[in-house]
Design a protein around this ligand. Sequence first.
Ligand code: ATR
Length: 274
Amino acid sequence: MAYQLGLIGYPIKHSLSPWIHKQFLEEANIQGNYSIFEVREDDLTELVQTIKEKSVTGFNVTFPYKQKIIPLLDDLDPSAKHIGAVNTVLNKEGRLIGYNTDGIGYLRSLEQSFPGLTNNKQVNILIIGAGGAARGIYNALHQAGYSSITIANRTIEKAKGIAQNPKSAILTLDQAEENIATFDLMIQTTNVGMKPNQDDSPIKIDGMKSSTIVSDIIYQPIWTTLLREAKEKGAQIHQGHSMLLYQAQYAFEIWFGLTPSLGNMNSQLKRILE
Ligand code: ATR
């Protein structure tokens, strides 16, 4: 029997998920197919019902359905409940359970690239942005024990809604720029710098320490303006494609209960995106 997996979204013809999951299936020696379910909103309910009846093992959800899918599911994992968005669904004996892999996927990709961080939970972290991705990342870092997390966002109220540790500072983007030299790790989660506005950066990093790690979760383009500027300043950088891979790895784990190895997929994906 071949397991059925897939991706729901619109438009998704250029998604990298089929490429990633086909390699995971091969690596795990599992017979399966990963399909693209590109649907208009009017057809979403019917598609989800069909998927459930056809015993699809699980599927990913992307733009624009990460929230719209929620009422069509039977239950939510705490990660999805907390973030209010679902990007992975498990069909557990006919019950559809929604998960969000943003936080864990990001944390794994970060700690894999910078193993020293796991022993240094006091690093001063700045998260730029306060959308769904920022919420997941804040939560994963907070739960992993990172104790100094500042959130900077254009809209202050949204940043306040994310901070679970009362000691977390909330800043405007201007204030974050003024304090830029105090951060050891900067995580860019807004869509500023994404195609087609790829010349923009949400923050100026002129006074940044050269030892800072600058991380951007955008992977198209893989070299955002922020990352280029950071590299020029001698900072260590962490590119967005790595989160994409680890999120997919965690989704695979949710579906099959095993963790596929990434092999050399990180460098392969980097070459595809560059
Ligand atoms: P996601 O789910 O991908 O995190 P989102 O929930 O739409 O996306 O969040 C988008 C983030 O990008 C928010 O932090 C948003 O700032 P606001 O909360 O002020 O809206 C940020 N963002 C989007 N456009 C921006 C811009 N031009 N300048 C600064 N921040 C921007």
